[in-house]
Ligand binder design. Structure first.
Ligand SMILES: [Ca+2]
Ligand SMILES: [Ca+2]
Ligand SMILES: [Ca+2]
Ligand SMILES: [Ca+2]
Length: 569
């Protein structure tokens, strides 16, 4: 029954001696932009610790206060990467450059700008390709007289909701371009069709990355027409280009740009208080070693979901001496009765896990059954399975944050179940002391599901976004040591099993999303009484804190001795 808390001191030391070591930064916690003044030369470096644009490009951001009519000459040189410069500013100003047209084929970037308005401009030093790093020099000078001002590639304006006809000429320009401005999180559908030629559609984002579509599926058939349905993850200027697949393709075409509701699977999922959660965390074990913060994992996830307006009122938290086999079993029964077809069922366990020897079988190829260690007794994966299967909901998300958690992968055996497991079936899971959390998975699940995982800004957290977020955050921790029951050494890996769930399927719809207004108020089911708010957890926690969020009194309120939280194995 192990979860390791060693390494707490070790990790603390590591972060003291090497503050810029592995991934301490996140996009959300990126440093504020540095000031850039005219006449300044900056030597900098893009590294994997820098914040990333939505496209995965690393960037350093500078801010420059400018006046209308001022002429700037910005140059970005790098011998290490293919430079790319993006400047945004007041009134939707957006200009970028990959390679200086006067640079004789070099990959350096240059923008000569006549500022259109007073205000603050944001200069992003980034790369042509995602993931590039290295040293650079950025200079900001007053543009000399006679130097030609950089113009955006010519493109006709197009507005959202527009549908137009155009003509692709047989000679000359081999594409027709259209420009529009969008805000992060808008979802659009762009369609191009032609009777005369096989269309290709290209969408260029503000930082130069592109989406391209040649042919699309319509009613199960391939059409030579083109469609891009995507969320625009950055504020700024987008350019649509219509071109032909064949070198001599030409003629009339239709182009439309419309708001998109997303896939039908997404559009049908309402927002609101629809996460029906059963959250179980045990820190104070009397029968074995205690664990730090694993009970907080449950109460803080509860608080996070409630604050985000997503928590279904029938949700239940069980911590410490409330987390008995009997209470967990009866909580499942109440959740199963209350869960509806629009709800996400979320089960979290944070605490010890163990392995017990059983005969080798198809279900246990390793001859070991994995357990979650509840307060009074273990529960094996086989005992847990019928409880978990009893809850019918739109989707179920199972998060097991304990040693050997991967042994619960077999719960992902029906449609609409996503499993997240803190470690592989034969490996331990570490306490996430650095975040004052019991487990890394619990912590990243909480920050992710309450909003950070919404990568593209559309206020929907998809299964793909949440699994990528959890993996990406965990990867920043570097190699986290883990061992087998026999003390063989390896590293902890968080497992995500999506089963039949698509990457675009909705885990939750955040408040403020496009569709929330249509969804109506949450349905409070009369079968379950409204529940009191959870106890405050900000202040020092009483020793016997055991939060059961339900209409029933705790079954076991026996006093217990709090042991010292200590390194445990
Ligand atoms: Ca370049
Ligand atoms: Ca095509
Ligand atoms: Ca097993
Ligand atoms: Ca999203």
């Amino acid at each position: 029954m192990k979860r390791i808390a060693i390494a707490a001191a070790l990790l603390a030391m590591t972060s003291l001696t090497a503050p810029s070591a592995i991934g301490q930064t996140t996009p959300a916690a990126a440093p504020p932009p540095a000031a850039l003044t005219i006449g300044q030369n900056v030597s900098g470096e893009l590294s994997s610790n820098d914040s990333q644009r939505r496209s995965g490009k690393y960037e350093d951001v500078f801010e420059l206060d400018g006046r209308r009519g001022q002429r700037l000459d910005l140059r970005l040189n790098s011998a290490a990467f293919d430079a790319y410069l993006v400047v945004t500013g007041p009134d939707g100003f957006n200009l970028s450059n990959d390679d200086d047209p006067g640079g004789n084929g070099a990959l350096h970037s240059r923008l000569v700008i006549e500022l259109p308005a007073d205000g603050r401009y944001r200069v992003s030093v980034t790369t042509f390709r995602p993931g590039e790093t290295g040293a650079y020099r950025l200079s900001a000078a007053t543009a000399a007289g006679g130097v030609e001002v950089t113009r955006a590639d010519p493109a006709e304006p197009i507005r959202l909701g527009a549908s137009l006809t155009g003509q692709l000429a047989a000679r000359g320009e081999r594409n027709q371009r259209y420009r529009f401005t969008a805000r992060r999180g808008e979802r659009v559908r762009i369609e191009a069709s032609s009777e005369a030629f096989d269309t290709i559609l290209t969408l260029s984002r503000p930082d130069g990355t592109q989406d391209q579509n040649d042919d699309t599926m319509v009613d199960g058939r391939t059409s030579l027409n083109s469609r891009i349905d995507t969320v625009l993850a950055e504020d700024g200027d987008y350019v649509i280009a219509v071109s032909a697949y064949a070198p001599d393709g030409a003629g009339a075409y239709r182009l439309s740009l419309a708001q998109s509701p997303g896939s039908p699977r997404q559009a049908d999922v309402p927002g609101g208080a629809r996460v029906i959660a059963l959250l179980v965390g045990v820190s104070d074990y009397e029968r074995t070693s205690d664990l730090p913060n694993t009970d907080d994992d449950a109460t803080e996830l509860y608080a996070g979901l409630r604050q985000a307006g997503m928590l279904h009122p029938a949700s239940i938290t069980l911590t410490n001496n409330q987390a008995t086999v009997a209470n967990v079993t009866s909580a499942f029964r109440r959740i199963a009765a209350a869960a509806g077809p629009n709800d996400l069922f979320l089960f979290l366990f944070s605490g010890h896990g163990d392995q017990v020897d059983v005969p080798v079988s198809a279900a246990e190829l390793d001859g070991r059954a994995e357990t979650i260690e509840l307060y009074d007794a273990p529960m094996t994966d086989a005992q847990f399975a019928p409880l978990f299967a009893s809850v019918r909901s739109r989707m179920s998300l199972l998060a097991i944050d304990s040693c050997y958690a991967g042994g619960f992968r077999s719960m992902v055996n029906r449609p609409n179940v996503v499993g997240m497991f803190s470690s592989e079936e034969d490996l331990t899971s570490l306490v996430a002391s650095r975040f004052e959390a019991g487990g890394f998975l619990s912590y990243f699940l909480r920050t992710g599901i309450s909003g950070e995982a919404d990568d593209d800004g559309d206020r929907i957290i998809t299964a793909g976004e949440l699994s990528t977020y959890v993996r990406r955050r965990f990867r920043r921790e570097g190699d986290v040591p883990a061992t087998t029951r026999e003390d063989e050494r390896n590293y902890q890996n968080i497992l995500v099993e999506r089963g039949g769930v698509h990457i675009d399927d909705v885990i939750v719809r955040l408040a403020g999303g496009q569709q929330l207004a249509q969804a109506g108020p949450p349905v409070i089911r009369p079968a379950v009484a409204a529940t009191p708010p959870p106890p405050a957890v900000e202040d020092g926690k009483p020793e016997d804190e055991a939060a059961i969020i339900s209409e029933e009194p705790p079954a076991d309120d026996g006093g217990k001795v709090a042991e010292e939280d200590g390194p445990v194995r």
